[in-house]
Design a binder for this molecule. Structure first.
Ligand code: DGT
Ligand code: CA
Length: 359
């Protein structure tokens, strides 16, 4: 099956985190500083687009940024723990939508979009991910989609900020011909210099040369890879590196209903499916959530947390039943979709034994 890969990159991330914490900053140039021990020195970690318009950039010394700043520019010392917390929440949203995720930095991750198949569906899913991150966390991100990591990363910067850009295999050659070599993965100032000396500015200029020329310029591995990149080829796989923070199963029930027995049959079926995955991944959990989508398409979540880590299907089902009773008592709407989710995984030792005692 043809691979489809997405790259999610949060916009002006540290600065955006500060703006969600203090919305009165919105519209002003905001510059995030990594302070140094010496007074009035330090470097710029990032800044928002208003500050970029003043030519302030990541990595710039604080002194220079202050010279470029306007009177309303706000300088804020970096608060890494706060940004890490926001990052964790963002990637939990991505976990909810995708199975295979490779986080590459505090604000960037590749994710597999091969299923559901096709670029149209991939684009729809990306819109949902962007909407969920915006509605739950008030953060914007940019997503690029393409047949491999190289293209999705390049595509992510095309419509930044708050962008979504898709490059389909048929559009590849046209897309690459407009991109500069500096946008290729792994091309830094030294590589750029050698390309420039040989008259290579755009990715398509590479095609005027043979593979062996690039190998002569950059060596076997890098030269060969850059040559393949010129044709949009990139075999790098997504290497999943995220521990799942939650596991869930969801389904649309045959008929919209408020009947406890009818919904419980569906819910138990989902709990059994979910439990198989829990056993495979050797997880113990403390929180069970019931997710209901009503006939009016509103999503309602009810959760219950146990003080003890849970490992049995019986307990999972019982907590689901309790939550369904709570939902039916509190709501008048018919249920259209039902789901069960477990989270708050227990890291404690010895879980394996306890879990398998139940088998
Ligand atoms: P973007 O993606 O262009 O809208 O802007 P950012 O700020 O998200 O930039 P990105 O994705 O390259 O980096 C993500 C975060 O990593 C950024 O918000 C702050 C941090 N960062 C980036 N470059 C530097 C740097 O040169 N020094 C330090 N200390 N932190 C950096
Ligand atoms: Ca970013």
């Amino acid at each position: 099956m043809e691979k489809i890969i997405g790259l999610l990159d949060l916009d002006y991330f540290y600065a955006q985190c500060e703006i969600i914490r203090n919305p009165s900053l919105r519209g002003k140039p905001v510059v995030i500083v990594m302070p140094s021990l010496r007074e009035n020195s330090g470097a710029i970690a990032t800044c928002n687009y208003e500050a970029r318009a003043l030519k302030i950039r990541s990595g710039m010394p604080l002194g220079l940024a202050k010279k470029l700043a306007s009177s309303e520019t706000v300088f804020i010392n970096a608060d890494k723990p706060f940004y890490e917390e926001q990052s964790r929440k963002v990637f939990e949203v991505l976990d909810f939508f995708c199975e295979k995720i490779e986080q590459v930095s505090i604000d960037e991750a590749y994710f597999d979009l091969t299923n559901p198949s096709g670029y149209e569906k991939a684009k729809e899913l990306c819109k949902k991910i962007k909407d969920r991150i915006r509605s739950q966390l008030s953060l914007t991100c940019s997503i690029g989609v393409g047949p491999n990591k190289l293209i999705s990363k390049m595509a992510s910067s095309i419509k930044k900020p708050d962008g979504l850009f898709v490059v389909m295999p048929l559009e590849l050659s046209d897309f690459l011909s407009k991109q500069k070599v500096t946008s290729l993965f792994g091309v830094g100032p030294k590589t750029e210099e050698i390309f420039k000396k040989n008259g290579v500015v755009f990715v398509s200029d590479i095609k005027k040369f043979a593979r062996v020329d690039l190998i002569n310029w950059f060596g076997e591995a890098i030269g060969g890879r850059l040559y393949d990149f010129a044709f949009g080829k990139d075999e790098r796989e997504i290497e999943p590196n995220r521990e799942k923070q939650q596991l869930s199963r969801m389904m649309t029930i045959k008929q919209d209903s408020r009947d406890y027995d009818y919904i419980v049959t569906n819910l138990d079926f989902l709990s059994e499916l979910l439990y198989k995955q829990i056993v495979e991944l050797k997880k113990m959990f403390k929180t069970v959530s019931l997710v209901i989508v009503t006939e009016r398409m509103d999503t309602v979540t009810k959760s219950k947390t146990s003080t003890q880590a849970i490992s049995s299907l019986v307990e999972l089902k019982e907590m689901g039943h309790d939550l369904l009773r709570v939902y039916l008592n509190e709501s008048l709407s018919n249920v259209r979709r039902v789901g069960v989710r477990v989270s708050n995984f227990d890291e404690g030792a010895g879980f394996q034994k306890k879990l398998f005692d139940y088998k």
